[in-house]
Design a protein around this ligand. Structure first.
Ligand code: NAD
Length: 486
C-alpha cells in the first residue's frame, strides 16, 4: 500500500485549519526520514478550538445518549473498513510492526463497542423513597473537555477517551503527541464521516506550551492525560490548581514474579513477548523480572525466545534517536555496575533501514535493586532480571517501586498466585499473563505514581470522570408532606 503523508493540521469546528505557530518535523522511526510535519500551535489556536467546542456543546449534549452513540457504531465500521490503511499509518509514524498496529486498530474498535453499550449500562437510578416522593440521578456531561495523549499508541490511546467522553455528551479537544500526529488527523476525518457534528471533536497540535495552555484555560472543564509520570505530575498539579477535574496516567515499571514451578514454555513465551512487544514501548511491558529461587531453566528459555525476536522482522523501531541512545545507556550502565547481559540488543542494524531507530531484545541477569535499570522506566525491549531467594523478597522489591501500573506472577499454584495478587501494589495484575491489560468492559488504570486522580480511564470507571451527577427529588402526591423526610 502506498501512503502519502499530508501535513498534520489542527481540526477546529469541523475544518482543518492553518495555525498561528511554527511546525515541527515528523520523523518515521523506521527510516529516520522526515515524513510530515506537525503544528506547534499558539494559544489563540486553542482559544478558537474552545470557542468551537463551546458552540457545539448545547446541541450535542441535548441529544439522547442512544442517539449520540450511533456515531460510534459508524466509527467502528469505518475503523474496520480502513484497518489496513490505519495500521500502515500507525506503523509509519510510530515504528511498531504492522501486526502490532493492526492490534491497535482492533482495540480501538473494542473501545467503540464499549461506548455503544453505554445506553445499556447507564440506566440512571430512580426510586420512590417515601410515599409520593421520588429521587433520581442523572449523569450530566461536563462541557468542553481535553485529552492529552502520548506517542506510543497513536490511535488506541486517543480512543481510550474520545468515544466515552463524547458519547456521554461532552465536546473534546485532543492534543496528540507531536511525534505522531498523523493517526489523530485521520481519526478526525473518520469521525466526521461517522456523522459527528462540527465542533464536537477538535484537535489542537503542539507541545508543552499548548499542554500548559489547556491546563490553564477557563473554558475547559476536565483534563485527561496519558504520558510519563514527570509530565503527569505537572498536568495534574496545574489543572487541579485551576480547579479542574483531572485524571493523569503516568509511566510504569512493571514487575513479573517468576516462581520455580512456573510452566517454562508459557512463561518464556509470554515474558519475551511482553518485554519486546511494541519495542518495549508499552506502559504494560514486562520490565523487571523477579526470579524466585531455582529459575535458571526458565531464564534460559526466555533468552531462546528473545533471540527469535528480530529487529525489522517481528520487532519494530523505538520512537527516536534519543530513545535508542537512552535505552542503550541503561544497558551499558547496568553492565558496568556488574549485571550480566545475556542477550544484547545494542547496535542493532536492519539491512535496508540502516537509519532506523532499532534496539534488539535484551535480557540482563544479576541486576540489583539499587541499579537505575531496576528502578526507572527504560521504555525499550529490555528485561532486567533480579534474583531473590523467596517470594516475600520479590514482593518487597515490587512494593518498593514508586510506580504501580502492572504486576504479574508466573506459577502453577493457585495458592501462591493468590498470595502475590493480595500483596502486589499495582492496579492491574496478571497470573501467567505477560501484559495484563483488562479487556473492555473492565477498566484500565494503575496505582501509585502510575496514575494521579480518582478512577480509571476506560470502562465503567470513566463514566464518573466524564459526567457529573444531578440528583433530583420530586413530590407529586399532595399527601406526601405527611412523611417526615419529605
Ligand atoms: P510524555 O509525557 O513525554 O508526553 C505525553 C504528552 O505530554 C505529549 O502530548 C507531549 O506533547 C506532552 N508533554 C511532553 N512534555 C511536556 C511538558 N514538559 N509539559 C507539558 N506537556 C508535555 O510521554 P511520551 O514520551 O509521549 O509517552 C511515553 C510515556 O507515556 C511513558 O512513560 C509511558 O509509560 C507512558 N504511558 C502511560 C500509559 C498509562 O496508561 N499509564 C499509557 C501509555 C503511555
Amino acid at each position: 500500500m502506498s501512503l502519502s503523508f499530508s501535513t498534520a493540521q489542527n481540526y477546529i469546528g469541523g475544518h482543518f485549519r492553518p495555525h498561528a505557530g511554527k511546525n515541527i518535523e515528523v520523523v518515521s522511526p523506521l527510516t529516520g526520514a522526515v515524513i510530515s510535519s506537525a503544528p506547534l500551535s499558539a494559544k489563540e489556536d486553542l482559544d478558537a478550538a474552545v470557542v468551537a467546542a463551546q458552540a457545539a456543546f448545547p446541541a450535542w449534549s441535548a441529544r439522547t445518549l442512544k442517539e449520540r452513540v450511533q456515531v460510534f457504531f459508524r466509527l467502528h465500521g469505518l475503523l474496520e473498513k480502513h484497518k489496513a490503511e490505519l495500521s500502515a499509518l500507525v506503523t509509519a509514524e510510530n515504528g511498531k510492526t504492522l501486526p502490532e498496529a493492526e492490534a491497535e486498530v482492533l482495540k480501538g474498535m473494542e473501545l467503540c463497542e464499549f461506548a455503544c453499550s453505554l445506553p445499556q449500562i447507564l440506566s440512571d437510578e430512580i426510586q420512590e423513597v417515601s410515599k409520593g416522593v421520588e429521587c433520581r440521578t442523572a449523569h450530566v456531561p461536563l462541557g468542553v473537555v481535553a485529552s492529552i495523549v502520548p506517542f506510543n499508541f497513536p490511535l488506541m490511546v486517543p480512543l481510550w477517551t474520545i468515544p466515552n467522553a463524547i458519547a456521554l455528551g461532552n465536546c473534546m479537544i485532543l492534543k496528540p503527541s507531536e511525534q505522531v500526529p498523523l493517526s489523530a488527523h485521520r481519526l478526525a476525518e473518520l469521525l466526521a464521516e461517522a456523522g459527528l457534528p462540527d465542533g464536537v471533536f477538535n484537535i489542537v497540535n503542539g507541545d508543552r506550551d499548548i499542554v500548559e495552555a489547556i491546563c490553564d484555560h477557563p473554558g475547559i472543564e476536565a483534563v485527561s492525560f496519558v504520558g510519563s509520570t514527570k509530565v503527569a505530575k505537572i498536568v495534574y498539579r496545574r489543572s487541579t490548581d485551576r480547579l479542574k477535574r483531572c485524571l493523569a496516567l503516568g509511566g510504569a515499571k512493571n514487575h513479573l514474579i517468576v516462581l520455580p514451578d512456573a510452566n517454562p514454555d508459557i512463561s518464556a513465551a509470554n515474558i519475551a513477548a511482553s518485554m519486546a512487544g511494541c519495542a518495549g514501548q508499552r506502559c504494560m511491558a514486562a520490565s523487571a523480572m523477579l526470579a524466585v529461587g531455582k529459575t535458571d531453566h526458565i531464564i534460559a528459555q526466555i533468552c531462546d525466545e528473545a533471540r527469535k525476536i528480530v529487529p525489522g522482522k517481528n520487532l519494530g523501531a523505538v520512537i527516536s534517536k534519543e530513545a535508542k541512545a537512552r535505552i542503550e545507556r541503561y544497558i551499558a550502565e547496568a553492565e558496568a555496575a556488574g549485571a550480566r547481559v545475556l542477550v544484547d540488543g545494542r547496535n542493532a542494524v536492519v539491512p535496508g533501514s540502516e537509519n532506523g531507530y532499532y534496539v534488539g531484545p535484551t535480557v540482563i541477569d544479576n541486576v540489583t535493586p539499587d541499579m537505575a535499570i531496576a528502578r526507572e522506566e527504560v521504555f525499550g525491549p529490555v528485561l532486567a532480571i533480579l534474583r531473590t531467594d523467596n517470594i516475600d523478597q520479590a514482593i518487597a522489591i515490587e512494593n518498593n517501586s514508586s510506580y504501580g501500573n502492572a504486576s504479574s506472577v508466573f506459577t502453577q499454584s493457585g495458592g501462591l498466585a493468590n498470595y502475590v495478587i493480595e500483596r502486589v501494589s499495582a492496579g492491574m495484575v496478571g497470573v501467567n499473563v505477560g501484559v495484563p491489560v483488562p479487556r473492555e468492559p473492565f477498566s484500565f488504570g494503575g496505582w501509585n505514581e502510575s496514575r494521579f486522580g480518582v478512577g480509571d480511564i476506560t470502562g465503567k470507571s470513566s463514566i464518573h470522570f466524564w459526567t457529573k451527577l444531578k440528583k433530583t427529588t420530586t413530590k407529586w402526591d399532595p399527601e406526601a408532606w405527611k412523611d417526615w423526610a419529605s
